[in-house]
Design a protein around this ligand. Structure first.
Ligand code: ZN
Length: 381
């Protein structure tokens, strides 16, 4: 009786899992080929002189909505940016769950994402482009959401912005992305279903912590799935072990395939949001390389550093100082970067509205905070 129950449970859960398409980037690539739109990457790598530890990526989020549910809140969008910034700077709290056999290959990408602060004409802008559409849902991996003639919204200059379209995707697809150079410019970017964008703790689905965007942005910066090529390991990274097939759910972390332990917690696999929490060193290198050679304008765009004299606050308060744990900064809609006395970027956080940041993990000493190109100093004890 009991085993019958488990078999039934297994069948039910398998069929549910089978319906979910965690990411349709591979199918999208196939669809581009069938539509004659796919381009083998022919971009000439640009020799970049940039040599930084952290790059700021300007983001514009297009929210395409047909009803109130699809018109997600600013807070959801902010929570997504924060998740990206944690995950791409190895600041995610669940990084501590990485098992000992993979700790040595954890990668810190060093990308900071920022909602652009000015529009294409240089006017102050929230970075969130809300557009009503008559289309209730867009096909899983079409490009209609990127085309205003099809009920979508046209991309902003894709050389200079990471465009993220948030809309209702049909076919249980959570999202998909374009790899560098694989499509015409106007199609370049990331698409995420509105239900899976940002942190939504009220959701009953296991994709509610913003990791769909973490995964798709990985593709945008040239990462393949860790299971690409199955046991032939075609993802371009030796530090991601071969894995025979995508991982669903939240598996035992000692699960094996292809004679090795599976790195099921890699962002580029398909596990639940709560069960993926690391990139590897090789993946971080691929992404920075893709940024500097294939998407160089993104690394130098000043869309997040524009001085908004109207909004700029002359008296930014930072307290307490000295500080041991929570540092409060009175500022709004600003990317705040923290540097140690050697000029190393040790922390980045987007401040929405007079929030605080936990600096307890920093060593004691003097630090600098860069807000809107002005430096402030505080002491950590
Ligand atoms: Zn994917």
């Amino acid at each position: 009786m009991r085993s019958a129950f488990y078999i039934l449970f297994f069948l039910v859960s398998s069929s549910l899992i089978g319906q979910i398409n965690r990411c349709s980037s591979d199918e999208y690539r196939q669809s581009l080929k069938e539509r004659g739109l796919y381009k083998e990457s022919t971009m000439n790598p640009v020799q970049s002189l940039l040599n930084q530890d952290n790059y700021i990526i300007p983001v514009v989020v297009h929210v395409l909505y047909n009803n109130d549910d699809q018109n997600i809140s600013n807070d959801r969008i902010y929570s997504q940016i924060e998740t990206l910034n944690n995950d791409y700077n190895a600041l995610n709290a669940d990084l501590e769950n990485v098992p000992s056999n993979f700790i040595n290959v954890v990668g810190n990408v060093g990308l900071t994402f920022c909602l652009v602060q000015s529009d294409l004409n240089g006017n102050p802008f929230s970075g969130i482009n809300r557009v009503f559409t008559n289309v209730n849902s867009f096909q899983g991996f079409s490009d209609d959401m990127k085309d205003s003639d099809q009920g979508g919204v046209d991309a902003w200059d894709t050389n200079n912005y990471l465009n993220i379209w948030v809309c209702n995707l049909s076919g249980n697809t959570l999202g998909f992305a374009t790899m560098p150079g694989s499509v015409d410019q106007e199609l370049d970017g990331v698409v995420i279903d509105y239900e899976y964008f940002g942190v939504n703790l009220n959701a009953t689905n296991p994709y509610n912590l913003g990791r769909t965007a973490t995964h798709e942005v990985g593709h945008f910066f040239n990462l393949e799935h860790t299971f690409y090529g199955s046991c032939n390991d075609l993802d371009g990274c030796d530090d991601t072990p071969e894995i025979s097939s995508p991982t669903y759910g939240c598996p035992d972390i000692t699960q094996e395939s292809c004679q090795s332990i599976n790195m099921t917690m890699n962002y580029m696999d398909y596990a639940n949001d709560a069960c993926m929490y690391m990139f590897t060193i090789c993946q971080a290198e691929i992404m920075i390389d893709a940024l500097l050679t294939l998407r160089p304008n993104l690394a130098t765009n000043s869309g997040c550093d524009v001085s908004l004299s109207d909004l700029k606050q002359s008296n930014i308060e930072i307290y307490p100082n000295p500080v041991s744990d929570l540092l409060f900064i009175k500022t709004q809609n600003q990317m705040v970067l923290f540097f140690d006395i050697y000029g190393r970027n040790v922390l980045s956080k987007y401040f929405y509205n007079n929030s605080s940041v936990d600096v307890s993990s920093l060593r004691a000493g003097t630090y600098f905070v860069s807000i809107n190109n002005q430096l402030y100093q505080f002491i950590k004890y």
